[in-house]
Design a protein around this ligand. Structure first.
Ligand code: HEC
Length: 137
């Protein structure tokens, strides 16, 4: 029975010690990654459809979520350095360019730049031996 309760807590995304704490301080890297996946997929779909309005706020949400990871993960057992160093190296520039091409409503550039952003996600995964890949075809 104890084991079942424990499983339910895991599946619902909280461990017993989480319950009294602020959600934002308790999220682990994996949960943030799952959030990134949803935002990245939706932002990519919006860009493919030239839906610049939705693409714009989804990219801002993506960046906000990455910034949460920066604040939270100065170090993490699965990362070889602070999250911020990978963000700066791999994602900062592509995000800037995606933002600009969305502002300019340049569909072709937005696609090229979003592809670079996606490569940035995956470069970090490769560095850390994470098999999962962010996709944008
Ligand atoms: C700083 C390095 C880093 C960056 C940048 C990064 N990731 Fe990750 N990602 C990880 C690590 C580490 C894991 C494994 C987390 C774990 O298993 O606890 C992961 C896991 C994932 C997963 C798998 C989650 C699951 O359990 O199925 C997805 C999806 C993902 N990342 C999406 C993204 C997307 C999309 C981006 C870009 C917007 C991104 N990641 C950027 C390091 C990174």
């Amino acid at each position: 029975m104890k084991r079942l309760i424990f499983l339910i807590l895991i599946v619902s995304g909280c461990s017993p010690s989480d319950q009294t704490d602020d959600d934002s301080t308790q999220k682990d890297l994996n949960e943030i990654m799952l959030e990134l996946r949803v935002l990245h997929t939706n932002a990519g779909d919006a860009i493919k459809k030239s839906d610049f309005e939705n693409a714009s706020w989804l990219v801002e949400e993506l960046d906000n979520t990455l910034n949460k990871a920066i604040k939270k993960f100065d170090s993490h057992r699965k990362l070889s350095g602070p999250f911020e160093s990978f963000y700066t190296e791999l994602l900062q520039e592509p995000i800037k360019k995606v933002r600009l091409s969305i502002e300019e409503q340049n569909a072709e550039e937005a696609i090229v730049n979003f592809r670079d952003l996606t490569s940035g996600c995956n470069a970090c995964h490769k560095k850390h031996d994470i098999k999962k890949r962010a996709k944008f075809d």
